[in-house]
Structure formats: structure tokens, C-alpha cells
Write a protein that binds this ligand. Sequence first.
Ligand SMILES: C=C(OP(=O)(O)O)C(=O)O
Ligand SMILES: [Mg+2]
Length: 560
Amino acid sequence: MPEVLSGAGVSPGVGAGPVRRIAGAVPEPDAGSRHGGDAAAERDGALAALEAVAADLEERGARAAAGGNTDGRDVLNAQALMARDPGLADGVTAKIGEGTGAARAVFEAFGVYREMLAGAGEYMAARVSDLDDIRDRAIARLLDLPMPGVPESDEPFVLVARDLAPADTAVLDPAQVVAFVTEEGGPTSHTAILARTMGVPAVVALAGATGLADGTRVLVDGSAGTVRTDPSEAEVAAALAAGAARDSALAEASGPGATKDGHAVPLLANVGGPKDLDAALANGAEGVGLYRTEFLFLDRSVPPSDEEQEDAYRKVLEAFPEGRVVVRTLDAGADKPLAFLPPPGEEPNPALGERGLRMARRHPGVLTAQLAALARASAGLSVKLQVMAPMVADAAEAAFFAGACREAGIEHPGVMIEVPAAALRARDLAPEVEFFSVGTNDLTQYACAADRQVGGLAHLQDPWQPAVLDLVAPAASAGVPCGVCGEAAADPALACVLVGLGVTSLSMSAPSLPLVRAALARHTLEECRRAAEAARAARSAAGAREAARSHLPGLADLGI
Ligand SMILES: C=C(OP(=O)(O)O)C(=O)O
Ligand SMILES: [Mg+2]
């Protein structure tokens, strides 16, 4: 019986074909496993397995690059580096020294890193599957088990897995794989990032995906986030035609962001460092709307040197000589813990504790060093550098930050609006700074009191919640330019609503730019305003979504 399953669509387009599942999981080695007494031989075996995994990853990376997939090569080379991490090798050696068998020692040593990554914010948590993949490959070698990986097929297929590791996705042939479907993963998982890079439709977080039998024919819609089993030929043909129409609509939309009637809405990219610039430029970003500088500071016991900071900042600034780059100062704490900036003591609610600007006030030297590095990096460049602080709650904090920027020679200070108090009293903060940028991820977390790291609260972590829209409205009408750089900006319908609320620019992960550009180009500012009004009048997130759509007729052309 045909069935429609729903997950999260993370890479647009439709694909149809038979299911091929990835080889089953590598089992956890027994907790009590001990080696026979020759610790040196056991250690040599474990380290040789890790080295073999690293070499294999590099070889796959070279193949990916030969096929034109340089992003894939970079991801695989980064994974090979993880496999060769000396700290990890020390951890394995220490466990073996205590008598633990090689496979179990690898499992436990990886467990320590895994916890560190899982607790280090959404982006880093998404790297956990990369780490698990290296671990499983090493254990498979040690226990002589089949290597996890992509199945062989003589016809194009829909790849189904619990989660996809970069080692799997990077060597895939887009002509062979018509779609990805995974049971786990989120919008920032590698499955999502690489699927978008490869232009392959993908649905993640689809409950029961791995229960789909090999050979079952499915129709995957990466925009709607659905998987239809046993579709009729007519359904497949209609879906492919709609997909082709959307592709051509997307191809037509280029140039700076604007509504149908020419109201300019600069479309900017969220980046974590220079490595994200290619995608930003390829997708037509007009600048950077959020440079998350935390990535430079992660996994280190001391902050990066002044020169290292300056160098990384300059690379990003140089990429947009005619545009703007909005750099966010360090957002340490809560979901982005940094080893060298621990909270002052035990924090029962880290999201409500010392993070963002609060942490910078406790360690003013870190903030002044960062601002000075930014000022030096921008010297002599034509780009407009704007610098903003995260987690600002009131006008005094905004004034403190603006003062610190001006002292460092930074002319365009701003603040993120991600605390409800700041949103409600945006009019008090506006005179202190030059711009706002709404962080809808945190604003939603705080508006709905739903920790963004808790999986079971997805219905409350939805920026379509009318309360969140009610908080964006005062920020967008406080008299200073107000962008949005949270995930909400990447939702084409919500992007129109935000513009209708008065938001002046939108910043998102680069692959989302074309669809948002096309959605804006299909609606007038007045339609966006009416959509915003209708959404705010709704009483639920689902109601807001539906009400907005009824004023955004152009979304249908885009298959959304
Ligand atoms: C953009 C935001 O910042 P981050 O996700 O890095 O906290 C946000 O909170 O919406
Ligand atoms: Mg935030």
C-alpha cells in the first residue's frame, strides 16, 4: 500500500527510484573485552587500523576531487586528520595499557571526543557522525567486519541510511544517487550540506527510514520533506515536471535580493570561517550577515593568536570588496562552550548563564583582542565591516559594546536581538548602535522557554510561533536597519514574512540563498506585509505558516 512518510526536507528537488540501504551498523565491542597481555602489539594493531582508515579516507577524497567534488575532498581530509589526532592515539594507548582490547579501546577513546563535540553547539554536534564513522571503520578493520559504506547498484537509486558519513557521500555519483533519505541528521548535518552541494534532493530525520526494504520504489521530495512509497508512474512524472519547473525558476533568479516591486533586501551568507566563502560566492551572497567567529576558538586551550585572528578575519573581509561583512564577536558558553573560557561555576541552566557578551564582560581582554584584530584586518579594505555582540539584553549592554567597538576603531557596531527583553525594548537599544541582527534560533528558544539542545521540544523551537513574530516586529521598527541571521531567514515563506515585518536584510547558510531569492522576487512588499499580518494574527505556528502562504501565491511556482 502506498504510504507517505514525512521528515525534514534539507535539499530541494525530487528523485524517484528503488531504495538501497547502507550496510548495517558496526556493533559496539564488548565492554569487558581484554587483550591477551601483549599491550604493545595490541596498540600497534589499533594505531595501524586508525592509520589505514585515514589513508582510505584520503584516497576517497582524492577520488572525490578527481570527480570535481572538492568540498567532499576537504571533508574527507578533515576526517583523516581526526583519525590521526595524537590525542586520540594517546587515549587508545592508555586504554590498551589498562588491559582493554584494541577495538574496545578505540570505542572508548572516541567516546571522550564524542561527548566533547556533542556538547559544543549545533554545528559541532553535527560532526559527531563524522567521528562515529571513523570509529566504526577502525573497529570494522580490527574485528574483521564488513566495512560500512555505500551499496553497489547497476541502476540509479535512493540511498537510505541511519545517517550518512562524509566518507559515504563524497564518493557518490550524483547520476547514480537520485536522492538521500536518512533517519537521523538535521539541517546542519553533513548529509544535508553535501546533498545541497551535490544538488541531490534529501530528506533527513525521517522516522522509520531504515525500515524501508531494499528495492522498494519511492518518490522523494526534498522540499516538502516527504517520501512516498510505491508511487504511480503518473505521480512520479508530475513530481519530476514540478521539480524541473522549480529548477528553471531558481535558475532565473539571480542578482541582488529584492521583492517583485524592487524593494531591495540584501541576501547575505552565514559563515563559520574562510572555508565557507566559496559556497557563499557561488550562491550569490551579497556579503556576510553572520560570521560565527567561535569556530576559530574551538578545541583549544588558549585563544588563537592576534595574527591568526587577523588572518582569518581578513580572508573573509577580502571576499566581498563591494559588500558588507557582519562579524559576531565570540559567542562562548551554553551550546558553544570554549575550553579556555569556562563559566565561573556550576551553571544549572547554561543557556540562561554566562554566555555571549556576558562572558566577554567577564574576560574583557578576549573582547578587546578580538576587536583590535578585526580593526587591523579591515584596515585599507573597501568592504564595510560591521561588528555585533551576541546575547545582548538591554540598552546598557548595547552601549558597553558600542563603546568597546569605537575604542578599537570599529565604526559600525551593532547587536544581535536574541533575548526577548532586547526585542521588546528594541527602541531603547536602537540609539546605542547602528544596526540589529535578529537571531531567531535563540530568540525562539527564549521566547518559548524551549532549550534548543533538547530534541523533544521541536514544536516549540519553531520560529513561526506567533510570539516570535511579535518579538521580531518591534526590533524591525525601532529605527535602525534590522537583519535576520537565524535559521528562519532560510525558510522562503518565512523570509517573505520577515521582510513584511520590516526586516532589511536576510542572512542564511549559502545553499538556501537561491530559493529565498526566488521567493522574494515573486512577491511584492505589500504581499509580504499582508503575509506578516496574517501570520501574526494566527494562534499557532502551523496556523501562522498556513495564513502567510495564502498571501504568497508565488511559492507554488517554486514547489513549496
Ligand atoms: C543566529 C543565531 O546565532 P547562533 O545560532 O549561533 O546562536 C541565532 O541565535 O539565531
Ligand atoms: Mg544565537
